[in-house]
Ligand binder design. Structure first.
Ligand SMILES: NC(=O)c1ccc[n+]([C@@H]2O[C@H](COP(=O)([O-])OP(=O)(O)OC[C@H]3O[C@@H](n4cnc5c(N)ncnc54)[C@H](O)[C@@H]3O)[C@@H](O)[C@H]2O)c1
Length: 341
């Protein structure tokens, strides 16, 4: 079966292409390379011994997208990763985010509803829950007003898909609300490639340990948590990638109970920033240089997933530990440093 992966050369997309090819799906990738490079295609090929069909295409380019679908009527499912994802940049340039994350989604759906098989998996985020009043966070927790244009694109993106599902009987969609993806493929062929200063904890940790950054700033140690630092649910990117394959199989085998379904994708385990630092030191054998600084605006205190629905209904469970993910992230960082020399 032919699966279209948009943003398939990005961090999560590339790992999902590997997971799909490992299960013998025929993969077609669309990516405009705005946050990735063709080298990733080589990495995917080295891991799976297969090169996915690749189209350098910008999803905002309506006529190229139309041409693409005219030639690919036999697509059985779409996994839609392509989006801009930097929270800070979205505050400075909201229109870029609304265009890239929402206009592009609309164009994609316009083409999808003309296909015979109308199945789509959407990359959403736990940011839709904001500061949840109950932990762990279940899918029935209310969606709170987004704290950034980026977060808003995930909420509105889900609404656009849900409204479209209500209007088109054959359209089936699953929105996966990711918690915090980290790590990389254990072969070191593909991994996370943050541009500029990483906004996420783990790339910042590995870049500090390798000497690219002087020290890690821990934003706030006065939160109401066991050690005062924020708590998140860190999930290995390969576990997340495999969740997409399971979701796709659910949707394509008509097992969905509603045309639009939502699942949390996390481990269910909350780890504080200082716990992650300790786990990284154990996994890598390195001592991490870090300092405590003031809180960062917009950070929620704690977010970790209630995974019951994903476990029971979707039939998926994260298998890899935090230590394993940190070890893979560290090996990836070291391999990148070697490649730079
Ligand atoms: N990484 C996270 O922490 C996280 C958490 C929650 C949700 N998400 C969502 O998951 C998805 C994938 O995230 P990621 O971390 O892999 O990001 P990424 O930036 O590594 O990958 C996105 C890919 O999409 C491509 N792209 C962007 N705009 C495009 C366009 N208009 N046309 C074609 N290609 C385009 C980029 O070049 C890139 O390769 C995004 O939708 C993101 O919002 C990510």
């Amino acid at each position: 079966m032919k699966i279209l992966v948009t943003g398939g050369l990005g961090f999560i997309g590339s790992h999902t292409v590997v997971a799909l090819q490992n299960k013998d799906y025929e993969v077609v990738v669309i990516d405009n390379l705005s946050n990735s490079s063709l080298k990733v295609l080589e990495g995917i090929t080295n891991i799976t011994s297969k090169t996915p069909e690749f189209h350098k295409l910008d999803l905002r380019d309506k006529s190229s997208l139309l041409d693409f679908f005219a030639k690919h009527q036999d697509i059985s499912g779409i996994i839609h990763f392509a989006a801009s994802k930097a929270v800070g940049e979205s505050v400075e340039n909201p229109l870029l985010y609304y265009e890239n994350n929402l206009a592009a989604l609309t164009y994609l759906l316009q083409n999808l509803v003309n296909l015979t098989e109308q199945n789509i998996i959407f990359s959403s985020s736990c940011t839709v829950y904001g500061e949840a009043s109950e932990l762990p966070i279940s899918e029935s927790a209310p969606v709170k007003k987004a704290m950034s244009p980026y977060g808003n694109t995930k909420q509105v993106g889900e609404e656009i898909i849900s409204d479209t599902c209500a209007a088109y009987d054959n359209l089936k969609a699953i929105s996966l609300r990711y918690f915090n993806p980290i790590g990389s493929h254990p072969t070191n062929e593909i991994g996370e490639l943050p541009i500029g200063t990483p906004q996420n904890l783990v790339p910042f940790i590995t870049q500090t340990a390798i000497g690219k950054r002087k020290e890690l700033s821990v934003f706030g140690d006065d939160y109401p948590t066991q050690d005062g630092t924020c708590i998140r649910d860190y999930i290995h990117v390969m576990d997340l990638a495999e969740a997409h394959v399971v979701a796709l199989e659910r949707i394509m085998s008509s097992k969905t109970e509603e045309n639009f379904e939502v699942f949390n994708v996390g481990t269910g385990i909350g780890s504080s920033v200082l716990e992650v630092v300790k786990a990284f030191e154990n996994a890598s054998g390195e001592n991490l240089n870090y300092k405590i600084v003031g809180r960062r605006p917009g950070d929620v205190i704690a977010a970790y997933a209630d995974t019951k629905k994903a476990n029971m209904t979707l039939g998926w469970k994260a298998k890899r530990s935090l230590e394993e993910a940190l070890k893979d992230a560290w090996e990836w960082e070291k391999s990148q440093a070697k490649a730079r020399v």
